[in-house]
Structure formats: structure tokens, C-alpha cells
Design a protein around this ligand. Sequence first.
Ligand SMILES: Nc1nc2c(ncn2[C@@H]2O[C@H](COP(=O)(O)OP(=O)(O)OP(=O)(O)O)[C@@H](O)[C@H]2O)c(=O)[nH]1
Ligand SMILES: [Mg+2]
Length: 688
Amino acid sequence: MKQYKADKIFNIALTGHSGAGKTTMAEAMLYMTGVIDRMGKTNDGNTVTDFDPEEIKRKVSVALAIAPVEWKDSKINVLDAPGLYDFMAGAVEAVRAADTVAIVVSAKGGINVGTERGFKFAKKAHRPKLFIINGMCDPNVDYYALIDELKERYGNNVCPVFVPVVEGGKASAYINVATQKAYKYNGAKAEEVPMPAFHKLEEYTESVKEAVAETDDALMDKFFGGEEFTAEEMAKGLKDAIVSGSIAPVICVDAVTQNGMDVLLDGILQFTPSAAEAAAEVGKNDAGEDVEIAVNEADPAAATIFKTVADPFVGKLSYFKVISGKISPDTPLINARTGESERISKVFVVRGKKQIDAPYIGAGDIGAIPKLSAAATGDTLCAPNRKVTLAGPAYNKPSFSMAIFPKKKGEEDKVAQGIARLIEEDPSLGFKSDKETKEMVLSGKGDQHLDIVVCKLKTKFNVEVILKKPKVAYREAIRKKVQVQGRHKKQSGGSGQFGDVWIEFEPCDCADLEFAERVVGGSVPRNFFPAVEKGLREAILKGPLAGYPVVGLKATLYDGSYHPVDSNEMAFKMAAKIAFKNGVTIANPTLLEPVGSLQCTVPDANMGDIMGEVTKRRGRVLGMTPGEDNQQIVEAEVPMAEMHDFSTYIRQVTQGRGRFSFDFVRYEDAPANIAQKVIEKAKQEAEE
Ligand SMILES: Nc1nc2c(ncn2[C@@H]2O[C@H](COP(=O)(O)OP(=O)(O)OP(=O)(O)O)[C@@H](O)[C@H]2O)c(=O)[nH]1
Ligand SMILES: [Mg+2]
């Protein structure tokens, strides 16, 4: 592929709901630009950008894929993002690398949560937005109502520039509102036709003109003076308005028949900013100061790694976007995070799964490097003489956790190693070994997200796993003050073992154990006190009820006895443990459960559902406050044992609009019925 300069490079992310037609649209662009000679279909598993076996199997995009195409002497890097909530990480990466965010809306499916997410991502990243309404073959769709709804939702800056004239459910012609020309399509081919009667023409024309007028005082005067804009004024005004974000144009196409796809490709070149205009960034130097990184091939190199593929068969591939300079095997580079130099053997342009050798990747462009062992997603590669850190993709926190077990005993390490590799590819996953519950816990966005991990562990790392509801880290405590003896005496053969303590146990406000002594007359010699404390510290790790750690315990050693020959540290440690066992069992032991603080943002309409659900999950609502965009923020405290599938619930009831955070706050007494179940289960497990 030819090398392009930044003013001829356009990086555009396709976001929007699952099934809106993003992958099909990328395919249409590849077809129209001559890269492929037949369009593949998602359902047939033969598209360029859904090439992963998991994508082919599921018939949806799972990860971000890139399709560079050449159109009219420019290069468009099409970033095909997954639309499903569970695979949001791919959309986050796409937006990170993009200079413009297109939000694809299915004409049939209409505006939904995927549309909202794309719009929010673009807004947060301060990227120009472009709406693409896709699919023209449905007789039951009211396109004009859909455009009105877009305006209603996202404001009057939504501006239709390429729209169909729909007759009998079919597009009889398409109108370019900016140029006031009409076209008929035969597949990808457009033929200009006389302007047909179109009831929306005046309204749409006015809205485009108004948007253009607002970009410049002189144009505003012209507009109010009733003068027509020239074609140049119109084109420049539209671009200025889109780049500044004052309008979001709407382009209607049909990806399957390629109707309007030429206008979309032209529109990207004409109306959206090139990398030269939009890819400049502000990074940070070592002192934490802002450094402006201009898009200039002659400057020192700076590139951000926005995606990693870590495949045991194909090897590791780091995708990057160059902001300044050039990246090639001849470029001396360091990793800003580690400070170490990074050796580059090759650079590629990647199209779907295909790697195309390139001499270098220049400022504003996107490429990939194989086998960068130490680099990770989010790292910055830069010239040693200008160390700078660029922002990485801003992934959302995982909200759904499951315990993960190998089917074959003893393969725990294999599971952990495989997951570590998969996290390199998808840093939005979480994984930890819970020391307390002795479980490995995998976290992600939802069940489909985790299911991908399960499948990839099998196909790529040859280890089969099962997921289970994770164990809850309960605690135990006592509620009564008691005084008990712990006596350890053993006489076997030569030297004996003797330790004898009296300890007072009582509840206290401390984290785990507070140890004190008030021994008089040396009944227990001072040098054995540390052994007593050590014994207790070991003992509290396993409570008497269900084997969970005991917390909030004060232990005061107040009496005891010793033997001048047989007493030693070990014997007193044992005596302390016996005292613990004797003491806590009679001190009204109780099971504590972790309680978390929930902050949940949902549409007004779902308030009632959430309040009911919190109660159902044994929680208490603490308050509600109105948030932005007709949303309410519910604050509550809920036992953590009840929350493991809350993300699934929230998603279903709010159709994906709700979000929440949930963090541990404290331990509270578990209700008797819950405690009983936990204790019985622990007993059963101990017996097994
Ligand atoms: N009739 C019609 N069908 C379309 C069009 N675009 C896509 N489809 C169909 O819609 C389905 C989903 O299309 P995809 O391109 O996979 O959708 P996507 O937006 O990539 O979905 P995710 O990858 O899950 O986010 C496929 O069966 C397509 O054939 C279109 O322009 N017209
Ligand atoms: Mg897709």
C-alpha cells in the first residue's frame, strides 16, 4: 500500500449498536475501493473485519478490527468496533485511535443504547461525530421520523446531508442536501437525476444552511441577506461545523447494496478532519507537564499502543497510532513507561487479519509491530530525545465476576497463564487469586465477555475451565466477654511440652486482633508473651463457625503457669490456640457478611425496578438524586453475596442504559438464616 501523508489520512471509528451494520459497512468500503472483489457477510463468517474464530462462530464482532482503504488519493483507516456491551473494550480502543467517530444507526433498529454509547464515547473523547443511517430495504421504516428522533435526542445540531426519497418503502432517489443534487443508484453506481419532489427538501436545506452560516460572520450576513452560498462556502462551512462539533451530519446509506457508500467515502474526505488536522495531542513529560505533540513526520517519534493481540500461534502484535515522527525498524524508540528501548523488527499495515509489510508508519497513520515483548496496550513509544506519555484507551471497570476452575485438577497455573495472555489482549478483563476464598476470580463486562475467555482458553491455551458463582469472603466475630484456659501438656519420651494460659476474649473495635497482657507475679514468663500472641494470630485465621477469619477480637493474657524445663515457645503457642478454640466457641460467635455501597445510575423510568431489586437483594436504599439526561442516581448498601449477577439484571431492565459502581464498605452481622446456610455449607465442604 502507498505511503500517505497525514493530510491524506482519515481515521474513522464505526460505533453503534450491535447489528447496525458496521462490519458490513467496512466490507462495503473494502469492496468499493477495490480491496476485495466480493462482499462477505457476517452471517457467512467471511468478512474481512470479523475474522476471529469467536466472531465467525458468534456472527458478531468481538474485537476491534482495522480496514485501511484507499479512496481518491487518500487513505481511510476504518476502525470496525464491536457494538455489543460485553465487547465494549473494542469500541474504547477504536475511539482512542480515531479522529472522527461515526455512529451507525440501523434504519430498522432505530436509536438505542448502542447509539447512545457511541455518541457518549465521541463526546467524551472530544471527537467530531457523524451519524450514518444504514439499511434502506425495509418498507416499514419511517426515515424522516428517525431523523427527527435523532434531532430530538442529540439536539438541533444533527443535520441531514444525504437522505433518501422513500417511496413505497424503497429509496427511489437520494438527495445531497449540500449540493442540491439528486441521484439514483444501481448498486454502488450513482447516476444524477433531476431533483424529485421531496417534502423534506426545504427543511433539510435550511438546517444545513443555518449550520454553515454559524461558522462565519460573513456567511451569517449572507444567510440573513437571503443570498445563496457558493459550493466552496458550503463545503468549507460544513467541514468547519463538523470539525468544531457544532453539527453532526447524517448520511443515509445501504451497506449491503452499497447505495450511498460513495457519498459516505467522499463525505469522510470532504467533511471530516484529516489526521493532519485532528490527530495532534497533548502528552505528559517526566515532570508531569503538558507537551504538545504536533502531527509532523519530521518531529521526534511519538506513538500510542491502543490494542494488542497476544496469540500463542500468531504471536504478539501491538497496534499503534503515530502522532508524530515515523515508526520503522530504523527509528530508535523507548517505551515511556519502562524507560527501556524497544527493538522493532518490522512494521505492518494491518487489514483484518492480513499483515502488509510497510517501510514505515508515518504521523497520523495506524500500523502494527510484531513481537514487542515488554510493551502493553496504553504504552507510548517515543524517541529517546523527547520522552512523552500519551493517554491510553480509557477502559471501563469490570462489573461481573465469576470464580474460574480448571476441569482437570492441577491445571490452575495453566489457567492463570492463559488468562494473563488474554488480559494483554483485553485489559478490560480482571483476574485475581483470592487468598481467602482460595478461588481464582475472573471479571469482565458480562457473561458473554467471560464466555469468550472460556472458549479462548480451550482453543488457544488447551485448558478447559468452568465458571461458578464466586465464594463470599465472610468473617466471624464474638459478641460476649469470656475468660478461658488453654493448657498444652505432652510427655513423650525425653523432654516434655508444657504451656498453660488464661486468656480473656472480648469484642473490640479493632481490625483483627488486639493483644494485651496483665500477668502478675510471672505466672507466664515475659519471654513467652510473643509466642502466645503468635499462636492467637494464627488461630484467628480460621473461625469456629465456618472457618472464616475472626475479626474485632481483643485477647488479654492474664494468668497461666509454666514448667522450668518443659515450657517453650511452641508449647505456649499451642496453649494459646487451645484457649482461642475454647473461648470463641462460648463467646456467642457470629457470622459477618461483607456489605457494599452501590451507586446506580438509571433512567427515571427504572427507578421503581431498582428500588424493588435492592430490597429483594436484602439491601437498603440510602437516597436518590437526579442525574443528567433524565437519569436518577440511587445510592444503597447491599450485602455483597447478593450482587454477583447485578450487572446482568441492570442491563436487562434498563436495556443497557444503566450503570453502577459497587465497592466494599464494611462487615455486618449476617441474618440467622443466611449464616446457617453458610455454616452448613462449610461443614459439608470440610467433610468432603
Ligand atoms: N438489509 C440490510 N441488511 C444489513 C445492512 N447492513 C447490515 N445488514 C445486516 O445486518 C446484520 C448485522 O450486520 P453487521 O455488519 O454484522 O453488524 P455490526 O454493526 O457489525 O454488529 P456488531 O459487530 O455486533 O456490532 C447482518 O446480517 C447484515 O447482513 C444493510 O445495509 N441492509
Ligand atoms: Mg461487527
